[in-house]
Design a protein. Structure first.
Length: 78
C-alpha cells in the first residue's frame, strides 16, 4: 500500500535549543536535573542580574535555571 503524502504532513518534528525555568531552590533543581535526567551543570553564577543562575546540559539541549530575585513571587510574569 502506498503512503499517503497528506498524512505525513499532519505530523511535525519539533526540537528546541534551550528552555528557561525559574525555581525557588536553584541547588535542589540542579541536583534534580542531574539525578533524574542525567544532566550536567555546565555553568553557575550566584548573582546574575540579581538572581542565582545555572545552565544544565542534557544532550544538545540547554536548560537555563534561575532562582528567584529578592521580592519576586513564584509564577510572576516578570
Amino acid at each position: 500500500m502506498a503512503e499517503d503524502p497528506t498524512a505525513r504532513e499532519a505530523f511535525m518534528d519539533y526540537a528546541f535549543d534551550h528552555v528557561h525555568i525559574i525555581c525557588r531552590d536553584l541547588g535542589a533543581m540542579s541536583a534534580y536535573f542531574e539525578k533524574v535526567f542525567g544532566a550536567e551543570e555546565i555553568y553557575r553564577e550566584d548573582n546574575f542580574h540579581g538572581a542565582p543562575n545555572a545552565v544544565m546540559r542534557l544532550g544538545s539541549a540547554r536548560f537555563f535555571l534561575r532562582g528567584l530575585r529578592p521580592g519576586e513571587a513564584p509564577g510572576s510574569s516578570d
